[in-house]
Design a protein around this ligand. Sequence first.
Ligand code: 6LW
Length: 502
Amino acid sequence: MIYNNPVIAGFHPDPSICRVGDDFYLVNSTFEYFPGIPVYHSKDLVNWQQIGHCITRNEQLALSKGQPNGSGLFAPAIRYHDGIFYVICTNVTYDDTYGGNFIVWSENPEGDWSDPVYIDAQGIDPSLFFDEDGKVYYTGTNNGIYLCEINPKTGEILGEKQYIWEGSGGSNPEGPHIYKKDGWYYLLISEGGTEYGHMITMARSEKIAGPYVACEKNPVLTNRSLDTPVKAVGHADLVDDADGNWWAVCLGIRPLGYPFRHNLGRETMLVPVTWESGEWPLFGENGMLPLTVETDKLNGKQNERKGVYQEHFHTKELAPCWNFIYNPVSELYKIENEGLVLYGNECSLSEADSLAWVGRRQEDHECIARTQVIFEREQDGEEAGITIYMNNLHHYEAALTRIDDKGYIILRRQIGSLWKIERQIPYVKDKVVFELHCSKEFYTFWYGESKEELKFLGKGETDYLTTEVGGRFTGNYIGLYAAGNGNRCRKGAKFRWFEYQV
Ligand code: 6LW
């Protein structure tokens, strides 16, 4: 069969995977977005469905504000042992918000997951290894890779932390995972940083505490300096299938063009692996990951991405594809049977703070999003609309607003500290349909009373809403929002429906 990477499109970095019988489960990092740590399920490794999140309750943890795309939930790892799923992760905070490395666990991957059990261990990118003798080990990243024994239910560290490998000389040795095979302990890590120099390296030892000897073929997987459409390949996790074939998931990016800039974030890729007994694993095509993979080790067919995702906000809870920025504030949103109502607070979109904002990932370079919003504007400055959002300093939006007591539709673009209202069109009606066309070149906005009669509003270059221009670890979201820009909005903005079309 032939499949195309990514297997999970859009902002889905730092994947970790485990298998239980014929079922695969995968988690990703989510940084400042909530719910945190999505859990995906697959039976064939190429078609994935989201079945929930690990962090779904404000009481579980608080995400610290003010460091867009660079704080919050970093790389997680998922493991299964004796009927229990464990997810270990790091809540990176830069203020007095409580953070650090923690474990959540559940007997059911759909959740609910436990409250975090915090671990007295520094650094990021924790992982767990369940050894055959019943001992459980924590591997971590803190200026090198270290190991210690741990009780995974209490988080208690049971013994000394010891460094086991510094990597092969690349920058940022991180993302460690340990596997036991054919009498060897294999250590897999990432090096080179999560950008264009990213690579996977390995070492192995007859004892879990080492000494670890590096694979002479390192890096075992990288796309650096290669003419391939997938770049920055790294942060991998190995898994075998029920037939004994080996695979790896990893992150990769699909830049827009040249010079390389990417707007969808780091996405989850699938890598075929050959791992003969007693040998080192061989990844992809001679250690390179192609965009399209042909393999006789998988059956079935990869789902088409073409189609229209329709949302009518009829369910009591938002579908799992919808996220908030930071922990949600309940009075800022309500689902009523006729839609999603957002109550704008005093914040504006350019503030790294809790907003009346609900978004879903842009997963495709070429796609269309549309929504109908009803918003009775009663005071100057309040607005509601649709935004393509990298972070609080990099976004374009079309909105209903009120200026000098008159109703308008505006198109605003913010790129860093520069922002401008590109268009301001008198519009007195309270109801409007906005349409956002996404392409590799432009984000183009349209408006009208119905989706059949739209007028051109304006556009902005895609290049300026990319990680290389203004982002860090996340990808673009298509957001629905209401903002009071200094005052709380008098009325809620009602989003009747939303469509995402590829
Ligand atoms: C993550 C590190 C990395 O913790 O980027 O791609 C960091 N690898 O392992 C944030 O995603």
